[in-house]
Design a protein around this ligand. Structure first.
Ligand SMILES: [Zn+2]
Length: 265
């Protein structure tokens, strides 16, 4: 089990405690899935473990059991953000070759179960063997780039944090090294949400972002990113050395110094 707290942040979150939550719930709807999409065996155990959440739609497997919840949103806003999350999942499906994390609950506001919002928080991903919860704090957050309303919530640009946190879930157990995955989550979310790019990373950045500044200097882009993530595949706790080798093979240049400069060797 682990909790990844993001983005440029933040405050500490307490250990989530399972409890009773009464929320508005929307399934993410039906996308056209390729048959090779991974059906995660965690779903059944997750349903069993969460019966006290009273989330009946866990029984409905849409978008591989991913749902959005919000205690305080209007129905219109909840539906709009769900459409936006759907868009994020579509671009992630393409990037990750349909191996997108499943069984995610996206929380649009803080709650008693997964943590109240505290000033300065951006969001976090909580993952255990049953699935993942991603807290976006869209409702309360003060550092949102745009207002959280139905017009903005449907856009791919509004899904930067959705993509970022979902990538943390994807990295769970594959890399399990925050200092490597954080810059990759950042770049992936920047590019897929069409908001930022490699130019965000600066030469004076400290780790973990220093790694991506150097990798961008060696030609990292969306296509290279896609190749790297596909080569990682279903690796388990891949080492810094092996991660560097994959980056080197895709970029066609030795990335050892990038990882060294980022303090990863
Ligand atoms: Zn992060």
């Amino acid at each position: 089990m682990r909790i990844i707290i993001c983005l440029f942040l933040i405050a500490s979150c307490g250990e989530p405690v399972i409890g009773k939550v009464d929320k508005q719930i929307i399934d993410l709807g039906s996308l056209e899935y390729k048959p090779e999409a991974r059906i995660d065996s965690r779903i059944d155990s997750r349903i069993d473990s969460r019966v006290d959440l009273k989330i009946d739609s866990f029984k409905t497997v849409k978008l591989l059991n991913t749902i959005t919840v919000c205690q305080t949103c209007t129905k219109e806003l909840l539906e709009a953000k769900t459409i936006g999350i759907n868009k994020a999942m579509v671009v992630l499906y393409e990037l990750l070759s349909y191996d997108v994390p499943v069984s995610i609950v996206f929380h649009l506001d803080g709650d008693d179960t997964y943590g109240k919002y505290e000033t300065g928080m951006t969001g976090y991903a909580f993952t255990n063997k049953y699935g993942s919860d991603i807290c976006l704090y869209d409702v309360e957050k003060e550092n949102r780039s745009t207002e959280f309303n139905p017009i903005n919530a449907v856009t791919i640009q509004d899904q930067l944090l959705v993509i970022h946190e979902t990538m943390h879930v994807w990295f769970y157990e594959r890399v399990n090294n925050y200092n490597i995955e954080e810059p990759f989550c950042k770049l992936t979310s920047f590019l897929l949400s069409e908001t930022l790019d490699c130019s965000w990373f600066g030469p004076n950045f400290s780790y973990p972002d220093k790694l991506m500044y150097d990798l961008c200097g060696l030609g990292m882009d969306i296509e290279k990113l896609k190749q790297i993530l596909r080569l990682i595949g279903n690796s388990k706790k891949i080492s810094s050395a092996d991660f560097s080798k994959i980056c080197s093979s895709v970029l066609g240049k030795d990335t050892t110094s990038c990882f060294k400069n980022a303090g990863l060797f």
